[in-house]
Design a protein around this ligand. Structure first.
Ligand code: SF4
Length: 432
């Protein structure tokens, strides 16, 4: 069983580095937090960011209001690692930047909850935005917490307990799905559902009694946060569930696939690749989702490298997401222009089999610019995106659905949604 390191203060982080890496004393550990494990930033931004960090983390500023504010922030948005991940953080800046806190998280720009357009299902842990699929979240906990996660600003407490009485919640969720035949797919996510494999298996067995379902997907970061958990024995029940019984008509029961979340080739360690291969070679299809993150993977060659290796392992490179306009993650966001440029580069230089689709998560649903959506207006960083969604679609799922203030209706009834493109950091103004 993995050991989780749950950290909710700078001092605990420094202590962890002290013991974990045998860094001899607190002052040196503090230095390690600043210079080694903290994100390494390049270009002009580097000096500013480094001096911010120095001020926050140095001895002389240890009682500064800014450090106190950062401390409070970390308490509200704690860190969590596995043993495996701690080894990777030490080894790779691209991994470290995804999990270690950064003082720039105090930047006030961005939305508290960038994805608020969900249909009200009335069931805790069951989210819906689309006609044919729902999201089921049996837990809100993860092996490790990514600093860019769009669920990060949900209340700290919601990370702790499961959603209500699990049995009761599951039954309500199953009834909701069963009662709407338009729902064909269920994505089990969270949190990271594979923290509780047996609970997921139990849920899948129940979902498979719903005849209209054609697919069950599991979203997880297990391959990058705790791949050593995946053994032949661990995946056997999934393999069994995906085996076709000769007594059943083909396709009778919804097949299970797993969505991995890998952002950088550094995450494809030996342990990770072994775990991915174990799944693909045991009839568990894998597809990967990647978030484009500034200073981590916003380089087309890095992405092509990642996607080619994934294909080699039998994993479908499925989607690249623009990082959400989430408060405190501005420093990790590219602009929409950069996002589009990278997509164009990939299309020009790599085979269609390795290039995923590039998706923007708006508050009313996912869109692909240039395919099903286009920017129709831009004012500084605020853009308006014309989508294929209509109010009619949402009302067919929830008759009380009203067009929200961040949407307009076009002449052809399609919805135009407001989207926040990335902005320069405003942290300095706040400090002054
Ligand atoms: S594993 Fe997924 S849900 Fe958990 S913190 Fe990371 S991005 Fe968020």
């Amino acid at each position: 069983m993995s050991k989780y390191h749950h950290i909710n203060s700078l001092i605990k982080l420094e202590q962890l580095l002290e013991t974990r890496y045998e860094i001899p004393n607190r002052a040196v550990a503090r230095e390690a937090v600043r210079s080694e494990s903290f994100p390494i930033i390049e270009g002009n931004e580097a000096k500013d960011a480094e001096s911010e960090k120095s001020q926050i983390l140095s001895d002389s500023a240890s009682d500064s209001p800014f450090r106190a504010e950062f401390e409070k922030f970390i308490f509200q948005h704690p860190l969590r690692f596995t043993d495996y991940l701690l080894r990777q953080i030490k080894r790779s800046p691209a991994v470290a930047k995804q999990y270690l806190p950064d003082p720039r998280e105090l930047d006030p720009v961005g939305l508290e909850k960038p994805l608020t357009g969900q249909i009200n299902t009335g069931v805790p842990g069951l989210e819906r935005m689309y006609l044919d699929r729902v999201i089921l979240m049996p837990t809100s906990q993860c092996f490790a917490y990514c600093r860019f996660c769009f669920r990060k600003n949900y209340s700290h407490d919601s990370r702790e307990p499961d959603y209500g009485n699990p049995q009761d919640t599951f039954e309500k969720a199953l009834n909701y799905i069963r009662n709407d035949e338009r729902i064909k797919e269920v994505l089990i996510t969270g949190g990271d559902p594979l923290m509780f494999r047996d609970k997921v298996l139990e849920l899948i067995k129940k979902l498979r009694t719903i005849p209209q379902l054609t697919g069950i997907r599991i979203g997880t970061r297990i391959f990058s946060s705790d791949p050593e958990l995946i053994t032949e024995e661990w995946i056997r029940p999934f393999k069994k569930l995906n085996s076709t019984s000769p007594n059943l008509p083909a396709g009778r029961q919804a097949p299970i696939s797993i969505s991995s979340h890998l952002n950088h080739p550094d995450e494809l360690t030996e342990e990770c690749m072994r775990a991915l291969l174990l799944c693909t070679q045991n009839r568990i299809p894998l597809y990967n989702q990647t978030v484009l993150l500034k200073g981590i993977n916003d380089d087309p060659k890095t992405l092509i490298d990642l996607f080619r290796k994934l294909r080699q392992l039998g994993v479908e490179p499925y989607r690249v997401y623009m990082a959400d306009p989430l408060k405190g993650t501005q420093y990790l966001r590219t602009s929409l222009d950069e996002f589009t440029q990278i997509k164009k580069y990939l299309r020009a230089y790599a085979s269609g089999r390795v290039v995923p689709s590039f998706v923007v998560d708006t508050r009313i649903g996912k869109v692909e610019l240039g395919t099903d959506a286009e920017i129709v207006q831009r004012k500084k960083n605020t853009v308006w995106i014309k989508t294929a969604y209509t109010a009619g679609i949402f009302r067919s799922m929830d008759p009380n659905w009203e067009i929200p203030e961040y949407c307009k209706q076009a002449d052809d009834k399609s919805l135009i949604v407001e989207y926040e493109d990335s902005l320069p950091l405003s942290i300095k103004k706040k400090k002054g």
